[in-house]
Ligand binder design. Structure first.
Ligand code: NAD
Length: 249
């Protein structure tokens, strides 16, 4: 797989879960990684760990829903960016009939508007730097099918899939590729307990491969989309889900 030496990669929501894993993985493949999230304490520790292992990393404070924070972060990064992993996201599960408008808006603001705000600023910087780049939006299989109690989340991720295609169309002229990664259910610290419950086990039984994904299952697909190995791919949505989307109806 492609070596990312010499490339600079921004990963949003890099303080935990998949974002932290993605940042470490991209650094292992040679990228200078900018780990961004709202709380910089965890980011500083993660950046130090990467540097101790011989990688290149820095921590950056960024709230994807806050214009001032976005403007400051992109001023710090300047035109260095080659790769963006638009990973920050929230879920706030609730029965649709009970969900507050405030919570609905929070999910859309983070998962959809946040993805656009980061992608637009990154594209402007890449255009100014005149070197193109790769933007990978982390969507979900819930952007392609639905489940109970995640109406806002599923709507936001479906919109990210469509946004990815629209941005790919407009930004190909600048040499900027925009693709989406659609993971199925991936085991991370925040959902591990749920998957030991009867409901969680029943969910795993509906996945054709009868197992959850691991963060490592996403490594090669993400690396593909980030690197020049996918130089003729843009506007695509890559599903990595153990066959969950093709489970029998
Ligand atoms: P997580 O909660 O562990 O990580 C989310 C990260 O986003 C955290 O670091 C959080 O601080 C950050 N974040 C939230 N709001 C933010 C904001 N306003 N500004 C900046 N950062 C913010 O969850 P995760 O499971 O690691 O999910 C990461 C991404 O992958 C999300 O977009 C999620 O929707 C997607 N995803 C996860 C799974 C899964 O099974 N874990 C499956 C499909 C898609």
């Amino acid at each position: 797989m492609q070596d990312l030496t010499g490339k600079t990669a921004l990963v949003t929501g890099a303080s935990s879960g998949l974002g932290l894993h993605f940042a470490e993985m991209l650094a292992q493949h040679g990228a200078h990684v900018i780990l961004a999230a709202r709380q910089t304490d965890a980011l500083d520790d993660a950046a130090k760990r990467i540097i101790t292992k011989g990688g290149k990393a820095e921590a950056l404070s960024l709230d994807v829903t806050d214009s001032a924070s976005l403007d400051h972060a992109f001023a710090v990064m300047g035109t260095r960016l080659d790769i963006v992993v638009n990973n920050a996201g929230i879920s706030l599960p609730s029965a649709a009939i009970d969900m507050t408008e405030t919570d609905f808006s929070r999910v859309i603001d983070t998962n959809l508007t946040g993805v656009f705000s980061v992608a637009q600023r990154a594209a402007r910087a890449m255009r100014e730097g005149n070197k193109g780049g790769s933007i990978v939006n982390i969507a979900s299989i819930l952007g392609l099918r639905v489940a109970g109690h995640v109406a806002a989340y599923a709507a936001s991720k479906a919109a990210v899939v469509q946004l990815t295609k629209a941005l790919a169309l407009e930004w190909a002229r600048y040499g900027i590729r925009v693709n989406a990664l659609c993971p199925g259910y991936i085991e991370t610290p925040i959902n591990r307990d749920f998957f030991t419950t009867d409901q969680g086990k029943a969910l795993i039984n509906r996945i054709p491969q009868r197992r959850l994904g691991t963060p490592e299952d996403l490594d090669t697909p993400l690396l593909l989309l980030c690197s020049d190995a996918s130089s003729y791919m843009t506007g695509s949505s890559l599903v990595v889900d153990g066959g969950h989307l093709v489970s029998s109806l």
